[in-house]
Write a protein that binds this ligand. Structure first.
Ligand code: HEC
Length: 156
């Protein structure tokens, strides 16, 4: 017990650092929060993909993960405040284009938001006993909108 507690005490600051490690400024905190939000989004989306690969996907697990994806999608417009990008000298994989091409950025984000609403509806349908193919299609569509934004607005 004591050992596992001290292990957590040692690991906690490291885990906090690995989040991104930007300076404790409004822009730095926003960039780090964005990073954590994207990791949570990525984890939720991966959960759905993993369940779809399973012999018998757990519909409740899929539904919960799809709800997380949809909630993150709704929040996403607030993740990119001015001064949280590479131009501010921060560690981030977001391209400056996020801020210099706001209309294009908003278009790809809206496409993702729309697809996340459909994904949640498909997860509900699957949980209600509809064939898995509807969910598979919705995951494919949503994944395409992730990629579209990454291709344009995220460094590799
Ligand atoms: C509107 C644009 C946009 C959409 C849509 C989008 N992303 Fe991203 N994503 C980004 C940007 C920009 C970053 C880099 C963020 C940073 O480093 O500040 C990123 C970073 C990430 C990361 C990296 C976190 C890390 O460890 O560095 C993951 C994982 C991720 N996105 C997954 C997804 C998934 C999965 C989807 C769709 C379900 C998605 N993203 C949709 C723009 C987007």
């Amino acid at each position: 017990m004591r050992n596992s507690l001290s292990a957590i005490a040692i690991l906690a600051p490291l885990l906090a650092l690995s989040a991104c490690g930007n300076p404790d400024t409004p822009g730095g905190r926003a960039a780090d929060a964005r990073h954590e939000n994207f990791e949570a989004l990525g984890d939720a989306f991966k959960t759905i993909g993993d369940e779809l690969k399973a012999q018998a996907p757990d519909a409740q697990k899929v539904r919960a993960a799809a709800a997380t994806v949809a909630a993150k999608a709704k929040d996403m417009p607030g993740w990119f405040p001015a001064g949280s990008g590479p131009d501010a000298g921060l560690k981030t994989d977001a391209k400056a284009d996020v801020w210099t091409k706001p209309d294009e950025f908003r278009t790809v984000m809206t496409a993702f938001q729309d697809s996340s609403v459909k994904l949640l509806a498909a997860a509900d349908g699957f949980a209600a006993g509809q064939p898995v193919v509807g969910l598979q299609e919705a995951v494919k569509q949503a994944g395409g909108t992730c990629k579209k934004c990454h291709d344009g607005f995220k460094t590799d």
